[in-house]
Write a protein that binds this ligand. Sequence first.
Ligand code: NAD
Length: 494
Amino acid sequence: MEHVQHWINGQLTAGAPTATAPIHNPATGEQTAELALASSADVDTVVASARKAATAWRSTSLAARTKVLFAFRQLLAAHSDEFSAIITSEHGKVLSDAAGEVVRGLESVEYACGVPDLLKGDFTEQASTGVDVYSIRQPVGVVAGITPFNFPLMVPLWMCASAIACGNAFILKPSEKDPSASLLLAQLWKDAGLPDGVFSVLQGDKVAVDGLLQHPDVDAISFVGSTPIAKHIYETGTKAGKRVQALGGAKNHMMVLPDADLDVAADAAISAAYGAAGERCMAISVVVAVGAIADPLLDAIKSRIPSLLVGPGDQDGTDMGPLITAQHREKVVDYINRGEQEGAKVVVDGRENTSDSGYFLGCTLLDDVRPDNVAYTDEIFGPVLSVVRVDTYDEALSLINAHPFANGTAIFTRDGGAARRFQFDVQVGMVGVNVPIPVPVGYYSFGGWKSSLFGDTHIYGPEGVNFYTRRKVVTSRWPDPGSSKIDLGFPTNG
Ligand code: NAD
């Protein structure tokens, strides 16, 4: 049995674990490895190593840092297939989807390669006579990143690429469900020339997270995961005086207006609802059908589902893999049961497509879902698409704006005016116009509103650089020795 360890001070270490957890292949249900869960002593060890490394790394020139980032980018790209295989074996998503995750993660590294430009400050000459004012950005110090199971490579890259480029040391606490990608990531950082201790991996669960949250030598926390944990992280971390960004769960609505192209909308709904078995924070989980398009749209979605092949992610031709764990599949099935009991019509029933080996569950399509139905109110995080029928654009908009989750949304229409109005009216952080999964490119930033994000900073891109740096403003005078005199008056500009 393989033992998945921590990565501290540039090498694998078993640490001083008090507990372990099994890792499973979701496509077979078999245990493939055992994970060391960090103890509080391990938290102290990793933070001490990161603190020491942070001091030297912030003094390393931008030219030297950039060389490491470019080398890291090349190594990541060269190991894309290896990453995809690891992700599929522990997460279950199909290989092509895993390869897409690598590509989107690379975007964050490519953005960070421009760090000399990103860290440039402002300069004002002669703000007052003989006085110049300028701003600089400095790293915050030691950053911890706590990440979810559904993107075991991309989400860590959202964080660590910019954090490290900005001169911080970074400690990754990956999901305990699919932790192995984190160790290849660590090895590639080292191979790229990153000094030991600047990137570390602490494997673990709540003990590790709570240790990082309370540790006085951790300066900032980036979190991505479910909303209840995001709220806990934000409240605990900020109370302990840390800078925290905490991204939470989602319930993403796709509004389809009567004039939308039916096939385009149906293809988009299928792809965004069932891709990665619905285990994406930007998955579409609700279609809001406006007016007369509801019946033909439902038929078009329903007719496409039988063509989707559910199976192991590493098998050719598979469209959708298993769910992450047996417990999560039970939870998703329970949501379908309760949704049906509360009045939703099960048009396609994924419960009929399960298997004893592996955590498979078929695609489910629910119609006539009402806003008080649990299948509508809660994030299910599985292959379940709910259709809500409304008569008007205003009703559809009110529904979306009333939902506590506000991560992503999309409108499907041929009417540019309606789309423009939607982008103005909708209270959601990321909006797609005829684009069902509007994950911003790496040089914008990613984040939802309301219960989908705690804190005020989105992740990666320019807001990532803001989060990982502290700004300092310097007011400077170089007196001409010949004109120096004593003046006890309050300094004014002149
Ligand atoms: P999760 O909240 O269960 O776990 C996320 C991280 O928190 C993991 O590292 C886990 O070990 C840790 N954790 C779990 N319980 C904890 C506790 N009680 N105390 C301290 N730490 C704890 O999330 P998940 O199931 O791994 O991922 C799925 C969730 O993540 C979904 O809700 C999804 O919407 C969300 N997500 C959001 C985004 C986004 O950008 N907004 C992106 C990806 C996933």
